[in-house]
Design a protein around this ligand. Structure first.
Ligand code: NAP
Ligand code: GDD
Length: 329
């Protein structure tokens, strides 16, 4: 039985990855930080159904000793480093804490593994935000980085650290350059979930409008369930490498709205209002990934379409507010 450690296990991807690895017969451990409100039903919403089957360890990405302590107690075959301040808009509001968590946190994980378990395979959650002001379209592993936010900059640093540990110390360190991926477990502040949760509240008579920023931003949106399979595949290869994971299809925020409202039989134009407050100081206008390398070398391909993703998210939110009209497919 393989043993895996997941940082960020309480997040969207961490919960799907934990589920996936348990299904493959792994023993799954997770790092969790302490919060003042410890009501487990709220704190572990995404993990609720797995709590009996995973082992959680208290640690913070800001504290090297806490990470060192967890890694010194148990041998792990694989470590998936997903924990991060992951909201781009927040990184503009507080670039310093984003940098601290995302850069030092990654460095602490790598340094502790190098010290205690250099043969543990390491996955770094890189991001298409690293491409930022894109130099070419679609983006591949060879596309130069030009990050446009403190978050993007922190991910470039994490990516470089990961590659350096691979090259300097011969550790098995791989990075996924993952494009946006969503699900019914997506955080409410990200645009897709903001749209689908508000659609459900409008349908149920609990909200009257949806205020958004840049409707022309274009993203390559996939499903998180598909993307965690790619993370696992990267750590099963003979040699560590970096891979773009994307659908190769791109849509605007406007298109996402149209489809989400239509799923609830609503006309998006009646409800969506553009609000300058949700514009960013620097925008990433267009992302579309070329995942040919992952498809060729990992045998990975997405199973969900964009339409299925939107429908699953809207239907889940409709069910959650009790305004559900269509059953999930
Ligand atoms: P998410 O839902 O925001 O989850 C983030 C996780 O990180 C949570 O478990 C959170 O714990 C944990 N965390 C944050 N700060 C921490 C700290 N200081 N100490 C310990 N844990 C901390 O993010 P996600 O969508 O699952 O994404 C997973 C990773 O992939 C992130 O690194 C993200 O940047 C990256 N990524 C995501 C996407 C995407 O489209 N989803 C695309 C590319 C890359 P709490 O529950 O305690 O807050
Ligand atoms: N969040 C949000 N809220 N975004 C909005 C809004 C709004 O009201 N209105 C328009 N947008 C636009 C943003 O300006 C951005 O261009 C796009 O919608 C997507 O925003 P998010 O859903 O917040 O995601 P993101 O693309 O900035 O970042 C996500 O994907 C990255 C991978 O490319 C996050 O998951 C990152 O952690 C991840 O690395």
């Amino acid at each position: 039985m393989k043993r895996a450690l997941i940082t960020g296990i309480t997040g969207q991807d961490g919960s799907y990855l934990a589920e996936y690895l348990l299904g493959l017969g792994y023993e799954v451990h997770g790092l969790v930080r302490r919060v003042a409100l410890e009501d487990p039903t709220r704190r572990f919403t995404r993990l609720e159904h797995l709590l009996e089957r995973v082992t959680l360890h208290p640690a913070s990405l800001e504290s090297y000793p806490s990470i060192f302590s967890v890694i010194s107690k148990q041998q792990f075959d694989e470590c998936y480093h997903l924990a991060a301040q992951s909201f781009v808009a927040e990184s503009f509001a507080d670039g310093f804490s984003t940098m601290n968590t995302n850069i030092n946190g990654t460095h602490y994980m790598l340094a502790a593994l190098r010290e205690l378990q250099p043969s543990c395979r390491f996955y770094f959650a890189g991001s298409s935000e690293m491409f930022g002001k894109v130099r070419e379209t679609p983006q591949t592993e060879e596309t130069p980085f030009h990050p446009r936010s403190p978050y993007g900059i922190s991910k470039v640093a994490g990516f470089d650290l990961t590659r350096n540990y691979r090259e300097a110390y011969g550790m098995f360190c791989a990075s996924g350059i993952l494009f946006n991926h969503e699900s019914p477990r997506r955080g409410y502040e990200f645009v897709t979930r903001k749209v689908t949760s508000t659609v459900a509240r409008i349908k149920a008579g609990q909200a009257r409008e949806l205020r958004l920023g840049n409707l022309e931003a274009t993203r390559d949106w996939g499903h998180a369930r598909d993307y965690v399979r790619a993370m696992h595949l990267m750590l099963q290869q003979e040699t560590p490498d970096d891979y773009v994971v994307a659908t190769g299809e791109t849509h605007t925020v406007r298109e996402f709205c149209e489809r989400a409202f239509a799923r609830a039989e609503l006309d998006w134009q009646r409800y969506v209002k553009v609000d300058e407050r949700f514009y960013r100081p620097a925008e990433v206008d267009l992302l579309i990934g070329d995942s040919a390398k992952a498809r060729r070398e990992l045998g990975w391909e997405p199973r969900y379409t964009f339409e299925q993703l939107v429908e699953e998210m809207v239907d889940a939110d409709l069910r959650a507010v009790g305004g559900k009209e269509k059953e999930e497919g």
